[in-house]
Each structure stands twice: as structure tokens, then as C-alpha cells.
Design a protein around this ligand. Structure first.
Ligand SMILES: Cc1cc2nc3c(=O)[nH]c(=O)nc-3n(C[C@H](O)[C@H](O)[C@H](O)COP(=O)(O)OP(=O)(O)OC[C@H]3O[C@@H](n4cnc5c(N)ncnc54)[C@H](O)[C@@H]3O)c2cc1C
Length: 495
């Protein structure tokens, strides 16, 4: 029997398409539920975008209990729904997700993952302590979830899952009545073959690699937005549509404020651009928002998106630069002391290129670099300095603690824009992660998990109450889909 013929004879209970943030947890949960599992992954490695992530949302977790942090599921659910105004939300799905999160932390801890919740975990002002960051195995490790995904991969193998790498799902196979009976896949050589399965869990991620879809769902999208991710091609959208699933007419673009330049190479510029003690101006040389918004993913990003050219500028004077060298950024996520010490030299070095940063003793030169009218910029700085002196921002009511005048040359301007991270939606699912058709009925045997699913994000992603929900939702929805798929596959109903 040839290798291909062997593959053609694969028969399983659950086939999982995609091995990322949702796929590996879905496979693990289905295996734990007693099902036989095959994982089909297009790339040569498992993990998808999850290895880049640092932390996930959870409430009522064992860690929170230990730290006496009281964030209840009910409270978070109510706050989140209110924040979304029910906009695009499937409340049953949102509830199922939030309810599962604490248990998922325990589930991962049982597999040897260690978590921490600390002050470094806060991104938005007054954020609830819900961001569970995985502890680093190695201090030089860049992001924290890579070892977690490796653990899940290993567990899938140990529990007997067959993992087919460089294998792309091309089609969901269905009986005439719509019931799913497997998938058509293609290996590296492009030859297509069938995998028979009672259930399919589609966890193919978003569509960050598809500029046409990004422009269709997000008319404000610009090709020069910063980004660093595995560019999934939205395969799940066509797979789902062909299988009769309903696609919502909307999706959410997860975005962050203020990534400047190469997000990884000159990482410090992100923290520097978001620093709340600074002054922000747009391309016209005018202030447009109160600057602590840099720490709020939604307000900051939406404010920048409304400005001409969708690029803005963070202004520093030398006193503020020196303060960071001495005491560190206020942005709590980047508390690396060594990075602080080198802030001035790093900034001055980048400024020599005049690409992302400029340094000058006079505002005329800075205005010319920004491309704005010098008098307008100088008037903006003068007005801001006057607000600082009186301790009251008459225009945008910025918290007085962050009002710092720009007085001591040299002055610096950092250009910043918007970083895009992920898309969410548009496949319609139930709270059991069943894929729904246009009549809101489940397609038997068909499940979908991870960011491709709709109903858990609104126009804006909720970083205020649910920070860490892209991977958080992926892992939890993966678990829910895996549990339900295993139950269904082993039930009489499916036979
Ligand atoms: C730099 C960065 C930092 C992040 N930090 C965080 C964070 O701290 N917290 C957080 O919550 N989220 C974070 N995220 C987002 C999070 O990592 C993703 O949203 C999450 O991994 C999505 O999981 P997923 O399974 O839906 O998709 P993915 O993890 O992208 O996995 C999808 C998988 O499906 C495979 N696939 C696609 N099509 C097919 C096909 N036709 N056949 C077979 N396989 C296919 C892909 O190759 C991929 O492996 C971050 C993302 C990035 C890029």
C-alpha cells in the first residue's frame, strides 16, 4: 500500500483543521473526551499565531483565588455586554466563553503551564486583573505562549492524534442532507485525498493575509499598517460558505495603538510613542486626543484612525527623555530597566535616520519633518505648555498627573500609527461552537473555533474587560468545540 493509499484510508472521529490557538486545544479536548483525532495543518509547524502571544483573559481562575483577586464571571459578562451595546454579540456564546475561562487556566496548569498576573499585565487604565500571562521558561524568550503550544502538541501526539503537517484542507465533505462526513485535503505534493470523520472542527484562524478581504470588511484599512503575524489566508471563509454556513456581513479588526517602525527591531519605540506624559499631534501639527489614550487600545487607535494620513507624532523634550532613562516608562508593559537606561542613546540613534524619529533644538525643523505648518505646531506646543503650567487641559481634560511641558531642547518627535494583529469572524456559530447555516440551524458534525468564529467581538475589540481574548477565546472555544465534537462523534445520533 502506498503512502497515499494509506492516507486515503484514514478514518477518524474528529478531524481538526488548523493547529493554532484553537486547533490544538480543540484536539486535546476531543482526545480527552475519548475521540480519535486527526489534525490537518497547512504549515510545516503547529501553533499558528499562538506562539507570539503572551497572555489570555480569564476570570474566577485558581490563580485569582490564590491572590484574592475577585473578578466574577457575572460581573465581567455584564460589563462586557454593556460595553458592546449588544452590537454583533451572541450573548450565549460570550457567556459560554467567559464561564469557561477560569477552568481553562486550571486545565493548562494541570498540564504544567504556570501563569502570573501582575502589574505588568495592565494595558488599559483601571483594567481588571484578568490577563493571565504564561511564565517564561527562559528569560530570553520573546513571547510566552510558544512553550504552551509545544506542550499541547506533545500531549496530542502522546494521546494518539495523527498530526499531518503541510496538509491543507480543501473542502468539507457532506452527505446530501448536509451532515459532515470528513474533509478533502492536499499534501505537499498537491495531490488531494479524503479523510473520513464524523466531526470536523474548523480552526483556520483569521484573514490577515488577504488584503482584498481586509479592505472589504474594514474600509479604513491601509496597506501600510504595521503588523507581525502568521498571515492566515481566510481559508475557513470559503470552506464554510461552500458547506452552507452563514457568514456574518461584519468582522472585527484587532488593532493596537502606536506601533512605530519595525515592531520587533525597534520595540522600544512602541512604549515611547504610547508614553502618557508626552504630547501628541497629527499631521496638521494639532493635538487631537488626550494622550493617556495611548494606553487604551480602542480610544487611542480610533483617534489615530480619524487623523489625516492615519499617522501621528509623539513629542518629547529632553527632560522627559531623561526621566525615562532614570525612572522608566509609565507604560507598565515594558518595564525592562536596561531598555530604559538606553532610551536616550537608542532614540538619538534612530533619529539620525530621520525616518521614524527626529531630534532638533527648534520646532521649525520638526514641523518641516512632520510636514505641517510651523506656526501651527508652535501654537499647539505653547497652548499645551500653558495647560501644563495651570494644571488643567482646557481642550481634552487630560489627567493633570500626566501634564508635562515641553521646554528643554533638544526636542524629539516619534512618528506612529496603527498596528493590526488579528481579524475576528465572520463564521456564525452557536454557544456550542456548532457552525450554523443561514436559518441559524447547526450543520451536523461541523464545528468551528478560534478567531474565525463570530459573535464574541463587536465593532471594537473589548480590551477593557476582556483583554487577551483573541487567544483567550481561541483556547476556550477550541476546548468547547473539542468536548462537544467528541460527545457528538461518540453518540448514537452520529452513528
Ligand atoms: C504578535 C502577536 C501577539 C499576540 N499576542 C496575543 C496575546 O498576548 N493575547 C491574545 O489573546 N492574543 C494574542 N495574539 C492573537 C492570538 O495569537 C491569535 O488570535 C490566536 O492564535 C488565534 O488562534 P486561531 O487558532 O484562531 O488561529 P491561528 O493561531 O492563527 O491558527 C490557525 C492555523 O490554521 C492553519 N490553517 C489555515 N488554513 C488552513 C487550511 N486550509 N488547512 C489546514 N490548516 C490551515 C494555519 O496555518 C494556522 O496554523 C497575538 C498575535 C500576534 C500576531
Amino acid at each position: 500500500m502506498s503512502e497515499k493509499q494509506k492516507l486515503n484510508s484514514i478514518e477518524t472521529d474528529v478531524v481538526v483543521i488548523g493547529s493554532g490557538g484553537a486547533g490544538l486545544p480543540a484536539a486535546t479536548a476531543a482526545l480527552e473526551g475519548g475521540a480519535r483525532v486527526v489534525i490537518v495543518e497547512k504549515r510545516g509547524v503547529t501553533g499558528g499565531n499562538a506562539p507570539f502571544a503572551n497572555g489570555i483573559f480569564a476570570c474566577e481562575s485558581p490563580l485569582q483565588r490564590k491572590l484574592m483577586v475577585d473578578v466574577s464571571k457575572d460581573e465581567v459578562y455584564k460589563k462586557a455586554v454593556e460595553w458592546y451595546h449588544y452590537d454583533w454579540i451572541n450573548p450565549r456564546l460570550l457567556r459560554a466563553y467567559i464561564n469557561k475561562t477560569g477552568d481553562t487556566i486550571q486545565w493548562l496548569m494541570n498540564k504544567g503551564v504556570e501563569f502570573e498576573i501582575g502589574p505588568d499585565a495592565a494595558m488599559s487604565p483601571n483594567q481588571l486583573p484578568t490577563w493571565h500571562i504564561a511564565k517564561k521558561d527562559d528569560p530570553n524568550q520573546m513571547s510566552r505562549f510558544a512553550p504552551v503550544m509545544r506542550k499541547l502538541h506533545k500531549e496530542c501526539e502522546e494521546k494518539g492524534a495523527q498530526i499531518l503537517l503541510k496538509t491543507e484542507c480543501k473542502k468539507i465533505l457532506q452527505e446530501e442532507d448536509g451532515r459532515v462526513y470528513g474533509v478533502m485535503v492536499a499534501g505537499e505534493d498537491g495531490v488531494e485525498y479524503k479523510i473520513k470523520a464524523t466531526c470536523v472542527i474548523m480552526a483556520t484562524g483569521g484573514f490577515m493575509g488577504r488584503k482584498d478581504l481586509l479592505k472589504k470588511y474594514f474600509p479604513f484599512y491601509e496597506e501600510d499598517f504595521f503588523g507581525f503575524y502568521v498571515p492566515n489566508m481566510g481559508d475557513g471563509l470559503s470552506l464554510a460558505e461552500e458547506a452552507g454556513a452563514a457568514l456574518e456581513d461584519h468582522a472585527t479588526l484587532v488593532r493596537e495603538t502606536c506601533h512605530s517602525s519595525d515592531a520587533m527591531k525597534e520595540h522600544f519605540l512602541t512604549a515611547a510613542a504610547r508614553e502618557p506624559n508626552t504630547m501628541w499631534v497629527n499631521k496638521l501639527g494639532r493635538r487631537f486626543v488626550e494622550e493617556t489614550s495611548g494606553r487604551n487600545l480602542q480610544i487611542g487607535t480610533n483617534a489615530v484612525l480619524s487623523q489625516p494620513g492615519k499617522k501621528c507624532f509623539t513629542l518629547y523634550d529632553d527632560a522627559l527623555v531623561q526621566e525615562i532613562v532614570d525612572y522608566g516608562y509609565l507604560v507598565p508593559r515594558y518595564p525592562n530597566k536596561d531598555e530604559n537606561k538606553e532610551f536616550k542613546t537608542n532614540l538619538q540613534e534612530v533619529a539620525t535616520r530621520k525616518e521614524w524619529v527626529i531630534q532638533s533644538d527648534n520646532w521649525d525643523e520638526i514641523a518641516e519633518w512632520i510636514g505641517c505648518d510651523a506656526e501651527t505646531l508652535k501654537a499647539s506646543v505653547e497652548e499645551y505648555n500653558a495647560f501644563c503650567a495651570q494644571g488643567y487641559d482646557e481642550t481634552f481634560v487630560k489627567d493633570r498627573r500626566y501634564l508635562r511641558p515641553l521646554l528643554k531642547p533638544p526636542f524629539y518627535a516619534i512618528k506612529f500609527g496603527v498596528m493590526v494583529v488579528e481579524t475576528c469572524g465572520p463564521v456564525r456559530v452557536s454557544e456550542k461552537l456548532e457552525v450554523l447555516n443561514k436559518e441559524y440551524q447547526p450543520i451536523p458534525g461541523y464545528y468551528s473555533a478560534g478567531v474565525i468564529a463570530s459573535g464574541w467581538q463587536g465593532h471594537d475589540c473589548n480590551g477593557e474587560h476582556l483583554f487577551g481574548s483573541e487567544l483567550g477565546f481561541s483556547i476556550n472555544s477550541g476546548r468547547i468545540a473539542g468536548e462537544n465534537a467528541a460527545k457528538y462523534a461518540l453518540s448514537k445520533e452520529a452513528k
